[in-house]
Ligand binder design. Structure first.
Ligand SMILES: *[C@@H]1O[C@H](CO)[C@@H](O)[C@H](O)[C@H]1NC(C)=O
Ligand SMILES: *[C@@H]1O[C@H](CO)[C@@H](O)[C@H](O)[C@H]1NC(C)=O
Ligand SMILES: *[C@@H]1O[C@H](CO)[C@@H](O)[C@H](O)[C@H]1NC(C)=O
Ligand SMILES: *[C@@H]1O[C@H](CO)[C@@H](O)[C@H](O)[C@H]1NC(C)=O
Ligand SMILES: *[C@@H]1O[C@H](CO)[C@@H](O)[C@H](O)[C@H]1NC(C)=O
Ligand SMILES: *[C@@H]1O[C@H](CO)[C@@H](O)[C@H](O)[C@H]1NC(C)=O
Ligand SMILES: *[C@@H]1O[C@H](CO)[C@@H](O)[C@H](O)[C@H]1NC(C)=O
Ligand SMILES: *[C@@H]1O[C@H](CO)[C@@H](O)[C@H](O)[C@H]1NC(C)=O
Ligand SMILES: *[C@@H]1O[C@H](CO)[C@@H](O)[C@H](O)[C@H]1NC(C)=O
Length: 544
């Protein structure tokens, strides 16, 4: 009997000691402060695992909560995460007024925590929660209710709150992705920056528990289990497949820089431990939408995501995926291209796009039929071909990805393959062809009982290369002969061009011709002002 009782007693004493330790708070006293340099740069939790204070961020420091008790100082929360790091002379103070104030050497004072009443005490709890209390012991503010990218065991993501990924492993400012506990009960992931409104097509993860109603929270419980819980205590859905409790483990759940949220464990048993992934919301690193910008597609290369520009496109900002891609050549007019139709469509195999609103869907004879349909259509910038169906598209294309088991084919119109071609310097014999005629027509509605339409025809002769840069352009015009470009000017612009219709240089059957100069250039033009509303009059002007 005695032999059996002793271990029981020991266990209960240990349990008691444990609960006492948890209740002992490491209080932060009013008026105390911390600086980035020296020994005391943070306030520790009683256990020594968590710290609130300065951590290194680039050349400077940020203020946040991090795990100080393990070799890999892991940041779990950052105050004012999108403000710039402070210098080594900054001070963090828990003022006598009961607020945490960060005083950088230059720039404005920052307050930490949006509180509506002063605190009388604060504590860095062993759970990793920083709590501010009022004089009667109620909670004024807590970091657990204002998460950045991480949840800790016992922390909940309340309805209407979100986790936003970090910009990079070392920069904890807001990154590209978010995980939101929506008010409708649905837990959803979206790109965080590019959206004006959040559409279903922008979501790349959803628990689909939109039926659950309001007040659903994402719970990260002490048994290392993620699930959705109603305020009534009803378990709506299990997010992880099981509990991930290990011996002497510490844990965190985080939306990572790559947009996937993961549950990590760290064993304190070995001195040599690292964070291990226990569970992930996805194993497909191309799944987070918004990783690749416009006109890019994502492809897995050895399980790592890579964003690539479509053929004929370049990065908007070199190497910056989220900036997207743009055409490396902009055509002046689709019509110019119509002579070289035959081979201006390129194929991007096994690629599909999530956000795609075709303006035309037609049945075609194979891929070639789709190529032809897009080729002859000036509105068509790209087309998707699958199973005899051709979907014609305008730009930009979004959320593209390539996968070997995807049957979709993207067809993309390419305007020129030589963006840095020799400038078009016409030879003597070609000069005739490399000239252009511009016809300008404007309409002006005047008040009163007479509707007066003034049409102005501007003609000039000028070497073509002045505004078409690439050799190929010139050849296009050469082959199409008398190409006519139409462009409009406002009446005011024409007035300025002709200096108020000052210098008359001729009179015709429908109006007077004035001398003018094209804005921002030295090109001389003849401007003809139509004085009668006559349809065939305008026509006769266009033909000079
Ligand atoms: C810390 O503050 C709490 C709440 O104000 C108080 O109950 C507790 O006794 C304090 N602990 C210590 C060690 O001062
Ligand atoms: C750091 O804090 C400890 C205990 O809080 C104190 O004893 C020590 O004097 C402080 N050191 C400095 C440099 O402020
Ligand atoms: C910050 O501190 C350094 C020495 O640590 C000093 O040289 C520098 O002048 C200080 N800067 C400001 C703005 O006070
Ligand atoms: C605690 O004080 C706040 C105001 O400081 C008050 O709103 C609240 O009702 C008080 N709570 C209790 C339990 O006395
Ligand atoms: C949700 O919570 C709010 C405030 O806590 C409460 O007023 C509301 O009745 C709750 N709704 C449901 C369905 O529980
Ligand atoms: C979640 O998992 C627990 C334990 O594995 C189980 O008892 C419960 O029924 C599950 N809840 C739902 C909604 O599936
Ligand atoms: C630490 O880990 C490395 C490789 O993971 C191993 O080579 C080394 O022996 C380990 N050291 C200890 C003390 O476990
Ligand atoms: C990449 O481009 C985006 C949008 O153009 C911009 O917001 C972001 O700061 C850029 N990132 C880097 C690392 O330059
Ligand atoms: C991927 O594209 C290639 C080339 O177009 C094609 O041969 C292959 O069938 C495609 N894969 C699937 C699964 O459709």
């Amino acid at each position: 009997m005695v032999c059996l009782r002793l271990p029981l007693l020991l266990v209960s004493v240990l349990l008691f000691a444990g609960s006492v330790a948890q209740q002992t708070q490491s209080n932060i006293s009013l008026g105390s402060s911390r600086t980035p340099h020296g020994q005391n740069s943070s306030w520790l939790s009683n256990s020594g695992l968590f710290a609130f204070g300065f951590y290194k961020h680039g050349d400077g420091f940020s203020v946040g909560i991090f795990m100080a008790g393990i070799p890999q100082k892991t940041v779990v929360w950052t105050a004012n995460r999108d403000s710039s790091p402070v210098t080594t002379n900054a001070t963090l103070q828990f003022t006598s007024e009961g607020r945490f104030v960060l005083q950088p050497t230059t720039g404005e004072v920052q307050y930490i925590g949006n509180i509506n009443q002063p605190a009388s005490s604060a504590s860095m709890l062993n759970s990793g929660n920083l709590v501010l209390y009022s004089s009667n012991g109620t909670t004024v503010w807590e970091s657990f209710n204002n998460p950045t990218n991480t949840l800790l065991p016992t922390q909940r993501l309340q309805a209407g709150n979100e986790l936003v990924s970090s910009a990079s492993e070392s920069d904890h400012s807001s990154g590209l992705f978010l995980l939101e506990m929506q008010g409708d009960g649905n837990l959803v992931q979206y790109p965080s920056k590019t959206l004006v409104t959040r559409a279903t097509s922008d979501a790349y993860y959803a628990s689909n528990t939109f039926f659950a109603g309001d007040n659903v929270s994402l719970v990260f419980d002490a048994n290392i289990y993620l699930y959705l819980l109603k305020s009534t205590g009803v378990n709506v859905m299990n997010i992880t497949d099981r509990q991930y409790l290990i011996e002497d483990g510490i844990y965190l759940m985080r939306i990572d820089v790559d947009g996937i949220f993961r549950l990590y464990s760290y064993s304190r048993r070995s001195s040599n431990s690292t964070w291990l992934i226990e569970w992930s919301s996805s194993n497909d690193k191309c799944s987070p939408r918004g990783l690749c910008g416009f006109n890019m597609y994502c492809v897995l290369n050895d399980q790592e995501a890579v964003c690539k520009c479509l053929q004929g496109f370049d990065f908007v900002k070199k190497g910056n995926w989220s900036s997207g891609c743009e055409r490396n050549f902009v055509a002046n007019s689709c019509k110019d291209e119509s002579s070289s139709l035959a081979n201006n469509i390129e194929e991007v195999p096994n690629t599909s796009w999530v956000v795609a609103y075709p303006y035309s869907i037609q049945q075609v004879q194979g891929k070639e039929g789709c190529m032809q349909a897009c080729s002859v259509d000036c509105n068509c910038e790209a087309a998707f071909y699958k199973d005899g169906e051709c979907r014609k598209q305008r730009l930009p294309l979004q959320y593209g990805r390539r996968s070997q088991d995807d049957m979709d084919i993207t067809l993309i119109k390419v305007y020129a393959s030589t963006p840095h071609a020799e400038p078009c310097v016409p030879k003597e014999s070609e000069e005739r062809i490399c000239k252009d005629i511009l016809v300008i027509s404007i309409s002006l509605l005047s008040l009163g009982f007479v509707m007066l339409v003034i049409s102005v025809v501007v003609l000039w002769r000028r070497n073509f290369y002045a505004y078409k840069k690439v050799n190929q352009r010139c050849q296009v015009v050469e082959s199409t002969g008398n190409e006519v470009n139409i462009r409009s000017f406002t009446y005011e612009e024409l007035e300025i061009m002709t200096d108020g219709f000052k210098e008359e240089i001729g009179k015709g059957s429908f109006g007077t011709v004035y001398k003018g100069t094209i804005l921002n250039s030295q090109m001389e033009v003849a401007v003809k002002k139509l004085e009668k509303l006559l349809e065939d009059g305008e026509r006769s002007f266009r033909t000079r």
